[in-house]
Design a protein around this ligand. Sequence first.
Ligand code: UGY
Ligand code: MN
Length: 250
Amino acid sequence: MEGVLSTRARVVPEYYAMIPEEGIRKSELPWLERCKGAVMVSPKLGAGFTAWHIKAEQEGRTAKDLGGGKDTELFLYVKKGCFTVKAGDMEKELGKGSYVYAPPDVKISFQSSSLGEIFLYKKQYIPLENKNPWLVWGNAEKLPWHPCDGMENLLSKDLLPSDKAFDIGFHILLFKKGGSHSFVETHHQEHGAFVLQGEGMYLLDSMWGPVKEGDFIWMGPFVPQAAYGIGTGEFSYLFSKDCNRDVILQ
Ligand code: UGY
Ligand code: MN
């Protein structure tokens, strides 16, 4: 060990968490073979969903099908490498930036053909009238960028259709040089964010702290949040945001 033991981790249960990649202890997960992974957030922390960061060896794979529950939805995003992914009775080769959303009742399995990395989200689907979300395959690298709040150096893209059948959206936010949020957001939706590239400063509640590629941030409901990019390159992250549903009174 060099220097003093210190961490960039910031964890406030029921509110927010920033988990730096260097602090994650990955372990075997019983439903995977030749893969190591870590649960980045779960209901134990107060979140309404679970997210994993999974690193696969050559031919790392699922030991059993994932999801498929009556009210479970899954989202799988390939950060690195190449995976053969099966969802329902469809199979596709997914490379960097490709993803699949599996609605309730659709099971997913995967196998890597090289060293690779996957982000996986699981959430309880909240039904709406007679609408049913559908299986979505996509490649984020082929989707268009939209300026955010009229700014040229803050861009976003939407990975899922904007249809009320979906109770969650996945988006990528890109901070070009000098880019920042245009205001500090405070909203009822939660986010699970994986930093894809670069470095930034992130405000969670009233504390700013540095974040970089590989880090994970959970923002619980109503946590004030904002960011700006730092360093010489671009800063971007993939994030989830619940949508299209009314408040549930407990
Ligand atoms: O849309 C959002 O809520 C998004 N801009 N939040 C964020 O990046 N923290
Ligand atoms: Mn937000």
